[in-house]
Ligand binder design. Sequence first.
Ligand code: GDP
Length: 300
Amino acid sequence: FTRLRAKLNRGDSWLTYDLANLIPGGKIDENVLDELEMRLITADVGVDTSERILSALRKKAARHELDDLDALLEALREQLMDIVRPVQGQMVIDSKYIPFVVLVVGVNGAGKTTTIGKLARIIKAADMKVMLAAGDTFRAAAVEQLQVWGQRNDVPVIAQATGADPAAVAFDALQSAQARKFDVLIADTAGRLHTQSNLMDELKKVKRVMGRLDPSAPHEVLLVLDASQGQNALQQAKLFHEALGVTGVVLTKLDGTAKGGIVFAIANELKLPIRYLGVGETVEDFVGFEAESFVDALLK
Ligand code: GDP
């Protein structure tokens, strides 16, 4: 939590910075509320979601329930919590599935491969057998990156030659994980953006082919989004969700320029569970999403 706070705020909170000085005589007026709305919008919370928050605060102000800064901060905290509380939910690996299949999707550069390494490490640490499928057959570098990581961490990686059919890789990997009774299979996928409809068709096919070996698979469709992409990430999330039925989201690069506001936009507009946050490039820089810690990190 302390690390998350340090990474999100890097000093003063972008949300509450210097608010006390904007409240001459301690009175909450329209100026302060406008300033808060601006801060939320510039932090990628988005116009709709910021409006939802501010309209609740303005109602309270009109009822004279926001008499001082403390009351304002408490009301803001409540609003933020109302948005993210419903999307808090860890990924539960159900042992009735052998293996539990996680399909990882997202555009190139979002942090899929890195996230797979981080996730595999946590699963291995929990004493489960995990296998990886190198489904981004489009990019040789992506396959190599996964293989190197797998070798270093003693995690098997199923791969084929560059240009192979990603659905065939997924099929092979699932067959192998079933035969070898692995607990979890994590499948990487391609994420080239410029041929979006082809990409979605390809991902749908991967999903379908897995379903032939296990009608309930994949058990989690995990969408990886780069938080520093702001509202763009929200648009991507809509596309992937429409095509594939996303069941969980990972937001990466919250240590960079991202202020984290996109978390609220995704929670409010898509209502998808946010599973993990990426807060750096190393495998340790990965935290489960906890609504309360996240909101506290922004407010303190
Ligand atoms: P992919 O194309 O979706 O597989 O993305 P990669 O996993 O290759 O990641 C793209 C770049 O983002 C790499 O340089 C990663 O080190 C970096 N990256 C991934 N996750 C994070 C994160 O949480 N924070 C930071 N700062 N960089 C990250």
